[in-house]
Write a protein of this length. Structure first.
Lengths: 242, 109
């Protein structure tokens, strides 16, 4: 038997210029896990942020301990998918949580993910903004329309069996994530979609938990024409290849 | 503490060897040929007139119906898209608490 307790959760936090948000996210994670009595580790994968994110991360490591905060940076911006692959190599938990480091995802949902996972023995638990009392804050009508429209198109074309495909707040069994990372090739939003689609293809089970998505306390977030075009391209690629 | 056997130990057959595109094309081909067979049949084999009258424009009707369904569904989902006011307020509180505590613990922001 492993020396660590059952059900340790490894949180993968890819960061780029998150100097302001990182300490807050880590504090919330640590607080959530200690309140719920869950063993955890946080793996911070910083892609050479020029704004001092790594210095802040080092301070956090001193505060919380290097068994809880694992710094595994990379030299430059190499993309989300590879950040997960890189981070997973160091994960010792049975479950892996992926989430945004910019406070749009609140760690308070993680115990709900864990509860849901136990309830149905799910391979993946996906946070959804579109069901139950899930939702968003800080989006105007146009953004919401684009979001719902894109999601509708995705549901029609891919029939994925999950309500929120572009969401990136999820809990995976470690082996499941490893297996999926081998197979997924897309980038950006489409990468998150591809994970769910491939998971279904491989027969993995997916549970859902409503989450609230609070858009961007700090920094900027843009949904421009470019993003929409690349989303459509990615969607059609998945449609034609899966 | 025994973990349940992972699905990876027993390989499951893939959900469908067909891509979604292939499924759509098959479905459309089936429906399309059924429609064409009935609608474009030579005079002797034609179905009765009322059926024919309904059949010919059916593809267009279905397309329009689907269009209406899409608009209604997206519209409904847009209107019922939850605004998480409380979550945003709670987050601000948590941020305040976090900053205070982190400063106490020695973090220099």
């Amino acid at each position: 038997m492993a020396a660590r307790g059952p059900g340790r959760v490894s949180v993968l936090l890819p960061t780029y210029n998150e100097r302001d948000n990182l300490p807050l996210v880590v504090w919330l994670l640590a607080r959530t896990f200690s309140d719920s009595g869950t063993d955890f580790e946080i793996i911070i994968i910083d892609d050479g942020s020029p704004d001092g994110t790594q210095e802040v991360a080092q301070q956090l490591e001193k505060i919380y301990g290097s068994d809880k905060i694992l710094l595994r940076p990379r030299a430059r911006k190499l993309g989300l998918g590879t950040a997960y692959i890189h981070g997973m190599k160091f994960a010792t938990g049975d479950f892996i949580v992926i989430m945004d480091a910019d406070l749009s995802h609140h760690p308070k949902f993680i115990p709900e993910f864990i509860r849901k996972q136990k309830e149905g023995n799910f391979d993946i638990v996906s946070g959804t903004r579109y069901k139950g009392n899930g939702g968003v804050y800080g989006w105007d009508l146009k953004r919401k329309l684009i979001s719902r429209g894109a999601n509708f198109l995705t549901q029609v074309l891919l029939r994925p069996g999950a309500s929120d495909l572009t969401g990136s707040f999820r809990l995976y069994r470690k082996e499941v994530l490893e297996k999926l990372m081998e197979k997924c090739v897309s980038k950006g939003y489409v990468f998150q979609m591809e994970m769910i689609v491939r998971a279904r293809q491989l027969g993995f089970t997916i549970g859902e938990v409503p989450i609230s998505f609070v858009d961007r306390v700090y920094g900027e977030s843009k949904l421009g024409g470019n993003e929409i075009v690349s989303f459509l391209k990615g969607l059609l690629t998945l449609f034609a290849t899966t | 503490f025994l973990l349940l056997p992972s699905p990876l130990s027993q390989p499951l057959s893939p959900q469908a060897a067909m891509t979604k595109l292939a499924q759509w094309l098959c479905g459309l081909a089936l429906l399309g040929s059924a429609w064409a067979a009935l609608a474009l049949a030579p005079p002797e084999l034609q179905p009765p007139t009322p059926l024919r009258q309904a059949l010919l424009p059916l593809p267009v009707y279905l397309l329009v119906a689907f269009g209406c369904y899409s608009l209604a569904t997206v519209g409904y989902r847009l209107a019922t898209f939850n605004d998480c006011e409380e979550a945003a307020a709670e987050l601000q509180e948590h941020i305040r608490a976090a900053r205070a505590d982190l400063r106490r613990r020695g973090l220099r922001l």
